[in-house]
Structures are given as C-alpha cells and as structure tokens.
Design a protein around this ligand. Structure first.
Ligand SMILES: C[S@@+](CC[C@H](N)C(=O)[O-])C[C@H]1O[C@@H](n2cnc3c(N)ncnc32)[C@H](O)[C@@H]1O
Length: 270
C-alpha cells in the first residue's frame, strides 16, 4: 500500500476508523492503567481515540511508514500518546523497553500486508504482559478486496504487465480458522502463544460519498498500478470498477457502498 501520502490516508480512512471503533467497543474492555500498543497505527487517529478512553493510561503507536508516523506526531498528538517507526515483522525493530510492557495490543487493517504473520504475532505477544490481550482486524481471503484485483490481474489483458509483480496482500487464510465445540479459534494464534477468546468473520458494508472518493481510497491499496504503464492505469481502474460491480464488491451508483469481509480476533497471552 502507498504510505507516502499521509494527508490523503488520514482524510480517507473512515472505513478503517469506523471498523476500529466498532471492534474496540465490541471486544475490548479497558481497565484502569491500561498501557496500549497500536501495531501499524497509520496516521494515528485510532491512537488518539484510544488515548481518550476511560481506563487508558498511555498509548504507543508504531508503523512501518516514517511519513505516517511524522503525520501522526503532528496531527494526532496527545500527552499520553507516543509514536515510533517499527516493523511488526522484524523483531529487531521492536524496542527492548516494549517487551512485556503492555496490557493491551491492537492492530487494525495491518496484518494482511504482513507475509510472515507468525513472526509479527510472536513479536506482539512478547510486548504483552502475562494475561494481556490483543484485538485485531485484518482482511480475510474471502474478501473481494483480495479476490477482485486477483481475478483482474489474471486476465491476459493485464497479466502481461503483472506477471513479475510480487504479491503484496496476504489476507488471513480462512483455512486457519477451526471450530471446536462451537468455539471458533485460530491455529496460528494458538501456535504463537495466545488463547483465542473470540474469532469472528465480519461483513462490513461501508458507504462513500462519491465514486471519486471510493476510487481515491482503492487506488493507493493497489501495488499493481506501479507495474502498469501510466497511460493504461485509468483503464485498469475502470476494469477494476466494472468487475467490482459484477462481483458485488461495490454496489450503488452516486454514493457507492463497498462490501468488505474481515477477520476480527480477540486473544489473551498465555
Ligand atoms: C490500512 S493502514 C491502517 C492504519 C491504521 N491501523 C488504521 O486503522 O487507520 C495499514 C498500515 O499498516 C502499516 N504496516 C504495513 N505493514 C507493516 C508492518 N510490517 N509493521 C508496521 N506497520 C505496517 C502501513 O504502513 C499502514 O500504515
């Protein structure tokens, strides 16, 4: 995903913010003195929201993108919020003082950008105090956000440009989720040292004010475009929109709705 334009992301992250707030309200119970780590905090809007919740003492947000972190420091600062550049999938970038320091870890719309989820989940586990909890959301492999660009890229018209494109999106595999005695869990979470408290597949329809706004939201999430000649990029976007409608990822004309499917997990460090 393009993380060089933090102002644009900050102005167009109503989906992420809406889901983040909804999931926190459903799955998170803040307790007195909570120290919270937000992994992949982006431009910091949710860190700012979390820092104002009763019970939250402090928030540390980190992100891979120096531009996003710089924007977060300028626009979403608060006396009890700190921002840092770090990579969830590279434990050497996790600060030593974060180890065992947090009662809560959150992460919204980040883990589908991370190929090595096990390394990231173990690194986040190491930042939790014993019994501390993680709540996160990421895109499922049942999501059209994953399926539609993949299908378009496989058409001969576009595959000639995209045959060497490295995959950038690694949605949560639905095969990881298991159901035992009506309790849904995740093999990966258990292997990474967590007890799963809740594991849900959620559908989230989100309405945008215009086609242009929606296009502006989707465009920076498409690494494909950097492989396609500039004079063909608009055509790629038009084809994507057509296919998105056919597959019911996007519905409605003037104020279109995007239908997303994501995995929400709440788990405790064992
Ligand atoms: C869609 S944005 C979500 C930002 C924020 N969590 C929100 O809900 O608005 C995804 C973010 O994940 C960050 N990211 C991707 N891979 C990362 C990694 N390995 N470690 C830390 N951040 C990462 C990106 O830089 C980007 O800011």
């Amino acid at each position: 995903m393009d993380t060089e334009n933090p102002h644009h992301y900050s102005q167009n992250n109503s989906l992420q913010h809406g889901v983040g707030v909804e999931v926190l309200q459903q799955y998170m119970t803040w307790e007195g003195g909570d120290a919270v780590l937000d992994a992949g905090c982006g431009t910091g809007e949710l860190c700012s929201y979390i820092s104002k919740q009763p019970g939250v003492a402090s928030v540390v947000g980190f992100d891979l993108s120096p531009d996003f972190i710089s924007y977060a420091r300028t626009n979403n600062s608060s006396p009890n919020v700190r921002y840092h550049v770090a990579d969830a999938a590279d434990p050497s970038t996790i600060k030593p003082e974060w180890r065992g320091a947090f009662s809560k870890v959150v992460s919204f719309f980040v883990l589908h950008w991370v190929k090595d989820k096990a390394t990231a989940l173990k690194a986040l586990n190491s930042c939790l105090k014993p019994g501390g909890e993680i709540v996160f959301v990421c895109v499922s492999d049942k999501s059209k956000f994953h399926e539609v660009p993949l299908e378009l890229s496989s058409l001969p018209k576009w595959s000639i440009y995209l045959k060497d494109a490295a995959p950038a999106l690694f949605p949560w595999p639905s095969s990881d989720i298991m159901i035992t005695n009506e309790h849904r869990s995740s093999r990966l979470m258990e292997a990474c040292g967590y007890e799963v408290i809740a594991c849900d597949i959620k559908k989230y329809p989100h309405c945008y004010i215009s086609r242009d706004q929606l296009r502006g939201v989707i465009r920076p999430t498409l690494p494909h475009l950097s492989y396609i000649p500039e004079d063909k990029q608009e055509e790629f976007m038009e084809d994507l929109e057509k296919l998105a409608e056919e597959r019911h990822w996007i519905t409605g004309e003037g104020a279109p709705t995007m239908h997303e499917v994501y995995v929400a997990i709440r788990a405790r460090k064992i």
